[in-house]
Design a protein around this ligand. Structure first.
Ligand SMILES: Cc1cc2nc3c(=O)[nH]c(=O)nc-3n(C[C@H](O)[C@H](O)[C@H](O)COP(=O)(O)OP(=O)(O)OC[C@H]3O[C@@H](n4cnc5c(N)ncnc54)[C@H](O)[C@@H]3O)c2cc1C
Length: 420
């Protein structure tokens, strides 16, 4: 028989301190919950004077607000980030185009490009400094037992923890999701996302540029000092071949894929850093909750990176979860009750479904060559309609009507004390 007294008990245990799990843990600890965080690998200290890392994300203004409430944004901003105010989407070549300008929508910026490891490291520092958070790292969850009033967690180190609510934030191949027996819908693309940092003959003018090519979209995202981070979605065989080319041969193929007429940017790529490729897949969990447990981030969903929404969606999950749990506690309802978790699960799953199906449809329209006339018609329609562009921008910035309050400018204090 286990000794209940000998086990550390928390309100909430978060498994996985990637960008999403760490942000959720910060928000929940700042809201007054006692939080245990389990992470198998300690994040590496971030060196802002080193080369830009290969994994970057385009963070929306809504995500920036969430990271600010998590206590991390000011430090990220100080260390390294690249804001962008313009976005251009092309179909095959530069002649069919959609353009978005932050100023047109009364925004200062459309988003910022930041390195994933910087976001994770800064959130980690925030957690270390917080009274209500306890880090268990390096450690992993190996067993789970749901008792009527708590989850009992067995860790690889031999420790046991108890919590009222378990939050699975352990990424796309979530072991917690498997332990909970939650299934997923899959869309496999047989594609890889090739990433690298490149310099072009003319520096990136603060533009997030994307072209839909027959094999998949190619994006150039702005970094500091005029460099660009590229994400090139490609059939697996071509991605493997491009990884093996020497730099000059790779830059020649990249230049051809991004080329345009006089004055077109990107112009010729002139140098590149290391290259890597990641499998692209779309996944959506059939439910986001089990008894005393919820899923957030890539553990819950994975979307095609063509709209750069994966981590943004995950940060909205973190903010949505905090909002629902804070409201429950304020109203005197047990925060890990089925009713409360169902509210979170329905809300966030329906949002992810809109995004996953939307990305899937966009991909379906942009890949086949024969759908060129339909694409040109659709892009022309959106370009000429301010209302359509505005709806697109609202969702891309994470500030649409159904987004969590923290992404729409509310503070944790306002959620905790609505009358203040
Ligand atoms: C090529 C590419 C480009 C992308 N570009 C963008 C973009 O521009 N914008 C965007 O929003 N998204 C983008 N994404 C998606 C984005 O990278 C992911 O959505 C995001 O990294 C998911 O974060 P996460 O914290 O949910 O999961 P992860 O980053 O996978 O973190 C999971 C954490 O859990 C830990 N863990 C795992 N198992 C255990 C365990 N058993 N016990 C303890 N800890 C565990 C891991 O060590 C890790 O720290 C892109 C993805 C790809 C592939």
């Amino acid at each position: 028989m286990k000794q209940r007294e000998a086990i550390d008990s928390y309100d909430i245990a978060v498994v996985g301190a990637g960008m999403v799990g760490a942000a959720a843990a910060c928000l929940l600890a700042r809201a007054g919950f006692s939080v245990a965080i389990l992470e198998r690998e300690e994040p590496q200290p971030f060196d802002g004077s080193g080369d830009v890392g290969l994994r970057v994300s385009a963070l929306s203004p809504g995500s920036i607000d969430i990271l600010a409430e998590a206590g991390a944004w000011r430090q990220i901003e100080r260390l390294r980030h690249a804001p962008y105010g313009r976005m251009r989407v092309e179909d095959r070549d530069e002649h069919t185009v959609m353009e978005f300008d932050a100023a047109e929508f009364g925004l200062e910026q459309l988003g910022v490009i930041v390195e994933n490891e910087l976001v994770q490291w800064t959130l980690w520092q925030s957690l270390l400094a917080m009274g209500g958070a306890r880090l268990h790292c390096p450690d992993q969850l190996i067993g789970l037992e749901c008792e009527p009033d708590r989850q009992l967690l067995s860790l690889a180190s031999g420790k046991q923890l108890a919590c009222r609510l378990l939050v699975a934030a352990d990424g796309i191949n979530s072991g917690v999701r498997s332990l909970l027996g939650i299934e997923q819908d899959f869309w496999e693309y047989g594609q890889q996302g090739l990433v690298s940092v490149v310099q072009t003959a003319t520096p990136n003018p603060g533009l997030a540029w994307q072209r839909f090519l027959e094999g998949g979209p190619l994006a150039f995202l702005p970094l500091e000092h005029g460099a660009s981070s590229i994400v090139w979605s490609l059939p697996e065989a071509r991605a493997s071949r491009l990884l093996e080319l020497d730099d000059d041969a790779f830059l020649a193929e990249l230049g051809q894929a991004a080329s345009g007429g006089e004055g077109h940017w990107p112009d010729q790529p002139v140098s590149c850093g290391p290259r890597a490729a990641f499998p692209l897949t779309m996944r959506l969990s059939k439910t986001y909750r089990a008894k005393r447990a919820v899923l957030i981030g890539d553990a819950a969903h994975a979307v095609h990176p063509l709209a750069g929404q994966g981590v943004n969606l995950g940060l909205l999950d973190a903010a949505g979860l905090a909002e629902v749990l804070i409201a429950a506690r304020r109203e005197g309802v047990p925060f890990a009750s089925e009713k409360v978790l169902e509210k979170y699960a329905r809300w966030r799953r329906s949002e992810a479904e809109v995004m996953a199906r939307g990305m899937h449809s966009i991909r379906g329209i942009f890949i086949p060559e024969e759908l060129g006339p339909l694409r040109r018609f659709g892009m022309g329609l959106i370009s000429s309609s301010w209302t359509a562009k505005e709806a697109f921008i609202r969702r891309a910035t994470g500030r649409h009507r159904n987004a969590p309050a923290l992404a729409r400018g509310a503070s944790l204090t306002e959620l905790l004390h609505p009358s203040v």
